[in-house]
Design a protein around this ligand. Structure first.
Ligand code: SAH
Length: 349
């Protein structure tokens, strides 16, 4: 039997575990405070827990989080972190500071199986799913490396992998992030991004988690979207947008549609018009992502005037649209650039 990883237990489970080990339930909450609030991942250091309890825990459970192996800083202040998992697999997370926020971009899989044509991570194929502990463990591993006083304020599931293809672990990780006795984040500070896995969107709708949803749309016709994103061959635009329309959006929240701009592929004025039409009736905002290049990509970023024109058309049709001049492009940490770690400075132990 594999040992329980304590960082993937919600506080209620830790309470039950304490009970099972002959302790009052509040010991489980104390344990949660050490793990999720104080970033103490060593049972020996949990000084208010009875020795006996710590001893029994050590016999039954372990505390495993990814380890920060390398960190690369970008000109723009963002940082790419290469993390290694217990089995030696590597993933990447990205820290992005912005005015009053610090956003951590989480991975949900080693690699990705969806093979979007413009995405570098997609060239790796799928290694494996991450566990919920490995997903929230990225936050637990990164936090102690932050400068004093700095706090991760927002979390986006936009690193390697497709969150909804690793559904159970993703949902468990969201519950851990939101539990007031665990990480305690408001759902409004969390965004799950999906390639457009309709079955997963429908399932997520029923969980009623109130987190933000982002859809990687990237095209306005089925032929183009199917060419760029093989997932579209199974669930076309109609199915995807119908699932979006019936997704229970909390009041005052909007759904984000991501749209990577690829020169002469999906960046015309007609595309912008079609996009506005497709999103009619959805409380939507559009995030335009000028393509981030990688070697051998075979796509180009449109020139700035064309990007601005695309945005203007959307704005003229009443669609909120922002341009995400990606962060971390110089260090291969921008959207769709995460793959095998480049050689960079090592984090001193
Ligand atoms: N699998 C999820 C999570 C990844 S999020 C999803 O598809 O939404 C990463 C975002 O960056 C996605 O919108 C993805 O389509 C986009 N992206 C991938 N490669 C890119 C590239 N080279 N340039 C700009 N954006 C890219």
């Amino acid at each position: 039997m594999s040992r329980i990883n304590l960082v993937e237990c919600v506080p209620a489970e830790l309470e039950a575990l304490a009970g099972r080990l002959g302790q009052p339930r509040y010991r489980g909450r104390q344990l949660a405070a050490w793990l999720f609030r104080k970033d103490v991942l060593d049972l020996e250091a949990m000084s208010d827990l009875p020795k006996e309890f710590r001893h029994r825990l050590a016999g039954e459970a372990s505390i495993v989080v990814p380890e920060v192996k390398r960190r690369t800083s970008s000109q723009d202040g963002s940082q790419k972190l290469v993390l290694s998992l217990a089995d030696g697999a590597q993933i990447q997370s990205v820290l992005m500071p912005d005015a009053d926020r610090l956003t951590l971009c989480l991975s949900t899989q080693v690699g990705c199986g969806f093979a979007c044509a413009f995405c570098f991570t997609g060239t790796m194929g799928l290694g494996r799913n991450l566990t919920a502990g490995e997903i929230v463990g990225q936050l637990a591993a990164v936090r102690p490396t932050l400068p004093a006083g700095a706090r991760v304020t927002h979390l986006v599931y936009m690193g390697m992998g497709e969150p909804l293809a690793n559904y159970a672990a993703t949902v468990k990780s969201l519950r851990l992030l939101m539990d007031p006795n665990a990480f305690g984040y408001s759902p409004r500070r969390i965004t799950v991004s999906t390639v457009g896995l309709v079955s997963g969107i429908k399932k997520l709708a029923r969980e009623n988690l109130k987190v933000n949803l982002a859809i990687s749309l990237h095209a306005t016709t089925n032929p183009v979207r199917s060419r760029l994103m093989p997932v579209n061959r199974g669930w076309g635009l109609e199915d995807l947008l119908a699932a979006c329309r019936s997704f229970p959006l909390p009041v005052r929240q909007r759904m984000t549609f991501e749209y990577v701009l690829l020169q002469e592929v999906n960046d015309s004025g007609e595309d912008a018009l079609r996009l506005a039409r497709l999103l009619r009736g959805i409380r939507a905002k559009v995030n335009l992502i000028p393509f981030n290049d990688w070697e051998g990509a075979g796509f180009r970023r449109p020139p700035p005037p064309r990007i601005l024109t695309f945005q203007t058309v959307l704005l003229e049709h009443g669609i909120t649209a922002t341009i995400r001049w990606s962060k971390g492009e110089d260090i291969g940490a921008a959207c769709g650039q995460l793959a095998e770690p480049a050689s960079t400075e090592r984090v001193p132990a």
